[in-house]
Write a protein that binds this ligand. Structure first.
Ligand code: NAP
Length: 351
């Protein structure tokens, strides 16, 4: 029997933090050593600090664990999963990396830092090599690996095989995003029920910046941004979990819909070949029914770790259009981060 790696969850009381705890409670590789959040939560039992809002065993069975102060002095483990808001993450994540932890972060603080991998294991596993650059640059023994904005994560899962096979030149993406994406309590019910809100602060910019980084080429020292134009329009809709995206893409050579479908259908990238614990057997479900994917029917498949594509058809402007769906707090947050750590382990980056 192998010894499990001790981990810390920072931001353990939040929307994403609770999903970390639920996923990590029975993980074959990791065991929860510390739970931490803000100073409001430190010293309390997890059940008293956290209003648990998930199904399954409440508090992941850790309700009696006393929450640590969220600093390296009190909550250092070899692996740290961060579900912190961006502001505290800016200070705390480098402090943990400096103290020797490998930090797998959901926050936006370091996603676009040139020496930080913006990782989706199916898409850009090689970018983990940036950790060597990062350690050299900062003199850290630990490191920071981020996952992308949840909307961008879902988008690149469909773009990556197309970029590899044909080359993506331009993307127009309109999102219909779940309210859980705003954390808890998120958008007031009086604002979102029966409504669509055409504004999510900074979201469009994040998708436009992060997509070319994730699809970029790692030279061994830097990631060269993929040469493509991305335009995003982001809307909040009254859905609890699951971001839907309407996507038009310009591909080099304007391949047929059949050729595109075949590429998406046959895509089996590295996490699937390695059999990583949190990797779904099929990363992209290609739907053929004309009214799928749908949030209510598809978003929880594979524990929210697979992405769904459907309605593949010609676009008179860019060549190809389709519908996409992915789980924002699983694939786009906690589950994605844990998969990042599993890949790092498989590649020898974890002690
Ligand atoms: P949330 O529900 O608002 O939770 C925020 C967490 O941060 C709580 O545990 C809170 O602890 C802690 N916190 C707040 N201020 C702190 C401070 N000064 N020091 C230490 N801890 C502090 O937010 P969320 O939706 O889980 O999002 C967490 C992060 O994941 C954010 O950076 C977000 O951008 C990112 N993310 C979210 C999603 C999503 O779909 N929700 C997707 C991808 C990425 P207390 O309970 O003690 O206040």
């Amino acid at each position: 029997m192998t010894t499990k790696i001790p981990i810390t969850v920072l931001g353990a009381t939040g929307v994403v933090g609770q999903r970390f705890v639920r996923r990590l409670a029975n993980h074959p590789l990791f065991r929860v050593e510390h739970l931490a959040a803000s100073e409001r939560s430190a010293g309390k039992r997890y059940r008293d600090a956290c209003a648990w809002r998930l199904d399954g065993e409440p508090y992941g069975g850790l309700g009696d664990q006393v929450m640590a102060e969220g600093t390296p002095e009190f909550a250092l483990s070899p692996v740290v999963f961060s579900a912190l808001d961006t502001e505290p993450a800016t200070e705390l994540e480098p402090a943990f990396a400096r103290a020797g932890a490998m930090v797998f972060s959901n926050a936006g603080a370091f996603r676009m830092s040139p020496e930080v991998p913006l990782l989706v294991p199916e898409v850009n596993a090689s970018h983990l090599g940036l950790l060597e650059v990062q350690r050299h640059h900062h003199g850290w023994t630990g490191g920071i690996v981020t996952n992308a904005n949840c909307t961008a994560t879902v988008l690149v899962m469909a773009l990556a095989p197309l970029h590899e096979a044909f080359g993506v030149e331009a993307v127009l993406m309109t999102s219909m995003q779940a309210i859980s994406g705003a954390g808890y309590p998120g958008v007031a019910s009086l604002d979102i029920l029966g409504n669509v809100i055409p504004f999510i602060r900074n979201e469009e910019l994040k998708v436009e910046e992060e997509t070319p980084k994730m699809l970029g080429h790692f030279t061994g020292s830097v990631v060269e941004l993929a040469p493509m134009t991305v335009s995003a329009l982001c809307y909040r809709v009254p859905v609890i979990e699951g971001h839907t995206e309407a996507v038009s893409v310009k591909l080099k050579g304007n391949p047929s819909i059949d050729a595109v479908r075949k590429v998406l259908f046959n895509w089996r990238p590295e996490p699937q070949r390695l059999g990583l614990f949190s990797a779904p057997a099929v990363p992209l479900h290609v739907h053929t029914l004309e009214d799928r994917p749908q949030v209510r029917r598809d978003v929880e498949v594979d524990g929210g770790m697979s992405v769904h594509v459907g309605r593949l058809r010609p676009c008179p402007i860019l060549g190809l259009k389709f519908a996409l769906l992915g789980h924002n707090t699983e694939r786009g947050a906690a589950g994605g981060s844990i998969l990042n750590a599993e890949l790092a382990h498989a590649k020898g980056y974890l002690r």
